[in-house]
Design a protein around this ligand. Structure first.
Ligand SMILES: Cc1cc2nc3c(=O)[nH]c(=O)nc-3n(C[C@H](O)[C@H](O)[C@H](O)COP(=O)(O)OP(=O)(O)OC[C@H]3O[C@@H](n4cnc5c(N)ncnc54)[C@H](O)[C@@H]3O)c2cc1C
Length: 448
């Protein structure tokens, strides 16, 4: 059996390792246009801010490790075309410029995503950068050394992490987003209001509710970011406005969402029985709504990559879907979210309610304690939990993983009220903070 894997970051690395282990007799080839595999983009901001000293440490595998598993690793090779009917790939060797054809019995598409680049005036100016891969990380770090005024466009997780890192380096930083709140997709205003205050207190200029219309430059390099109601001096700009699935190779050959994300079933099969896909190139089942959605996360990528291998020859292990669970640390705030925010649920026309708990996370007789804010969103009819957010100076982010399990298993607020959680004064109170939203909904809140 001849297996070809296209793309080798998270989904690709995971698929490759598992395929090599499960099918030792197969001929497995990987085509990757970069010269590296498994780069953890989530470390870029940590590297920029100096917490991680070297970008080279942000890899957890290597072409050599995968070669040692018996896999043919074609690095710096770009797949230019795929003919699914003939099971053929056309490939460009980026080193020798040679072009050649390969064939497959089973194809694994782990081609991921690419940053959205808006069609804006003067977007081609120098020092307007993307933030996705190893080479972007090196460029950002190098250029940030000499920049004074840095503008980040997009106030999602990636933008916020970069803003904090640049501020830490002593730069003058502006954050622009067309929404009127930061982290709009992940958190409601109960959480974002406080974070915005702490960003502003550190001198970060929050230019929210503004749309970038273009850039001005001098000698080919950016000098100004222009929005619909202001302009900002900038000698470095980083675009963090989202990602598009990288699926053009199979346009018209397999089913996709309107944004181009591959539609795969729970066994990672595309609409072509010999083509599997995983990671950012795919839509995933979003459990809070039960609808396939585009939620590009490394967590989804590694799970899906490993399932490709398990399901390659016959449907064996199902993907359970996702809640889009994620976390961020901004200065001394630990924040995590899962599922739908109340804003997003209402925008979808769902009838939902929410509970916000504000409580010290452990007993006040302890030498220290911190306030925690927990918000849980649930359906009005039936009280199914569909989303949650936590925010504290104490690290309570794991509690959002617990609520992710609750959403995945379609639990209700009534059930949450009486779930068994431990009590130990170092960590919590006799009523765990996770029980409290359920109890409040029951009107049976008992604080001890
Ligand atoms: C700055 C940043 C921070 C992030 N932080 C987090 C985080 O904290 N937590 C989290 O869960 N997720 C995070 N993510 C998202 C996460 O990085 C992605 O979800 C993950 O990279 C997806 O992995 P993937 O393998 O599906 O796709 P990708 O990482 O996009 O990799 C696709 C690979 O395919 C290759 N490829 C594409 N087309 C071809 C072709 N035609 N020929 C050959 N090779 C090709 C590419 O070169 C690439 O190596 C972050 C992303 C960024 C950019």
């Amino acid at each position: 059996m001849k297996i070809v894997i296209v793309g080798c970051t998270h989904a690709g690395t995971e698929a490759t390792k598992n395929l090599a282990r499960l099918y030792p007799d197969a001929e497995i080839s990987v085509y990757e246009r970069n010269d590296n595999v498994s780069f953890l983009s989530c470390g870029i901001a940590l590297n920029v801010g100096g917490i991680v000293k070297q970008a080279e440490d942000l890899f957890y595998s290597s072409p050599e490790e995968l070669s040692d598993l018996g896999v043919n690793m074609f690095m710096l090779h770009e797949v230019l075309e795929i003919n699914a009917e003939k099971k053929e790939l056309h490939i460009h060797n980026m080193v020798t410029n040679e072009r050649f054809t390969d064939t497959y019995d089973k194809l694994v598409m782990t081609t991921g995503s690419w940053p959205i680049i808006p069609d804006l005036r003067n977007i081609e100016l120098n020092n307007i950068l993307l933030c996705k891969n190893y080479s972007h990380a090196l460029t950002i770090i190098e250029k940030a050394k000499y920049a004074k005024n840095i503008t980040v466009i997009g106030a999602g997780y990636i933008g916020i992490e970069l803003v904090e890192a640049f501020e830490h380096l002593g730069k003058s930083v502006t954050l622009i987003d067309n929404m009127d709140r930061i982290l709009f997709r992940y958190l409601d205003s109960e959480v974002t209001d406080t974070v915005e205050v702490s960003l502003s207190e550190r001198g970060i200029c929050l230019a929210l509710g503004q749309t970038v219309t273009g850039f001005e430059g001098e000698d080919g390099a950016v000098t100004t970011v222009v929005t619909n109601n202001n302009q900002y001096t900038a000698d470095l700009v980083v675009l963090c406005i989202g990602f598009r699935p990288n699926t053009y190779l199979l346009n018209g050959q397999v089913d996709m969402l309107p944004n181009g994300a591959f539609l795969v079933d729970e066994y990672m099969r595309t609409s072509n029985p010999d083509i599997f896909a995983a990671g950012d190139s795919c839509a995933v089942l979003y459990n809070p709504t039960g609808v396939k959605a585009y939620i590009p996360l490394a967590t989804n990528a590694v799970r899906m990559g490993s399932l490709v291998a398990r399901n390659l020859l016959k449907p064996t292990v199902k993907y359970l879907g996702t809640q889009g669970t994620s976390a961020i640390k901004i200065y001394d705030h630990h924040i995590a979210s899962t599922g739908l925010t109340e804003t997003a649920a209402l925008a979808l026309g769902m009838e939902v309610k929410s509970v916000v708990i504000e409580e010290n996370y452990r007993p006040e007789f302890m030498p220290s304690y911190e306030k925690a804010t927990l918000k849980v969103v649930y359906e009005e009819n039936g009280k199914r939990i569909i989303g949650a957010q936590v925010f504290s100076k104490a690290d309570l982010t794991q509690s959002i993983n617990t609520l992710s399990v609750c959403i995945q298993n379609r639990m209700t607020m009534d059930e949450l009220a009486y779930v068994d959680f431990f009590f130990q004064p170092h960590y919590n109170k006799p009523w765990n903070i996770l029980n409290l939203p359920g109890l409040e909904v029951e009107q049976a809140l008992r604080r001890m």
